[in-house]
Design a protein around this ligand. Structure first.
Ligand SMILES: NC(=O)c1ccc[n+]([C@@H]2O[C@H](COP(=O)([O-])OP(=O)(O)OC[C@H]3O[C@@H](n4cnc5c(N)ncnc54)[C@H](OP(=O)(O)O)[C@@H]3O)[C@@H](O)[C@H]2O)c1
Length: 222
């Protein structure tokens, strides 16, 4: 299987590429600059040990075209809509996984939700009903993803309006040895995206003995 990660040259995209490659998934890393992506892909492949998926680097449009089915959008919110417009022609028959958190300008401890309600819903409006959009991976930190020797010890909340697309994305994410939950329709991305600045606030607080924490669903013991 080959997936694409657009904006894959950033810390979140690189961490996801390393994790998916370690799970045997090939990754087309996308960038505005294909040469930069190729260079970073080579560096990431050199970090991998044992038999893994192959990471290649191309521009965002070529990465979208190279994906079998799943395309992960990992650019900052400021680049969300323009990147989607640019790749839309190559998205037919594919699933867009939106991991973008609309953080407030200059304040990572707050969100500025778009008029559509959330980045995930905005993507669905922009791409139209033919292309399923699934929101996921908003609450796991790049630091966690990039610590390859450590398990991802949080859960992943997945939302979207197309159940079949969500199930495929959940299966892909669970290949990372992490629990992913169907968290309902795309409208629930309003809550899921908005958890991230709360996590950032906690993680940078001097009152807690941790950083890079995520969300975990605890089953009751009764
Ligand atoms: N970092 C985290 O811990 C974390 C956790 C959860 C969710 N997220 C979400 O994941 C996404 C990526 O996070 P990140 O920290 O990796 O972001 P980032 O480093 O700020 O950006 C990722 C990549 O996006 C591309 N990009 C930057 N500005 C752009 C622009 N104006 N137009 C088009 N492309 C642009 C760049 O790639 P090129 O220059 O190569 O094109 C950059 O390497 C964000 O939406 C964030 O909210 C991040």
């Amino acid at each position: 299987m080959k997936i694409a990660i657009l904006g894959g040259t950033g810390p979140q995209g690189k961490g996801l590429a390393l994790r998916f490659a370690a799970a045997g998934v090939d990754v087309a890393l996308g960038s505005r600059d294909g040469e930069r992506a190729a260079q970073i892909a080579q560096e990431l492949n050199e970090q991998q040990q044992g038999v893994t998926g192959v990471i290649s680097g191309v521009d965002n449009l070529a990465a979208t075209a190279a994906a079998d089915e799943i395309v992960i959008l990992a650019v900052p919110y400021a680049a969300h809509n323009a990147t989607l417009e640019a790749i839309k022609p190559e998205l037919n028959g594919k699933i867009l996984v939106d991991i973008v958190v609309p953080l407030a300008d200059g304040d990572p401890k707050a969100v500025a939700m778009p008029e559509a309600g959330s980045a995930t819903e905005e993507a669905q409006v922009l791409l139209g009903d033919e292309i399923p959009v699934v929101g996921a991976l908003h609450n796991v930190s790049a630091a966690t993803l990039n610590k390859l020797g450590h398990a991802i010890n949080c859960d992943i909340l997945v939302c979207g309006n197309d159940l079949a697309a969500k199930e495929k994305v959940i299966e892909l994410i669970e290949s990372l040895d992490v629990k992913a939950y169907n968290a309902g329709p795309a409208v629930n991305a309003r809550c899921i995206e908005a958890i991230t600045p709360i996590l950032i606030r906690l993680n940078i607080s001097k009152k807690v003995p941790f950083s890079h924490a995520g969300v975990k669903i605890w089953a009751p013991d009764h």
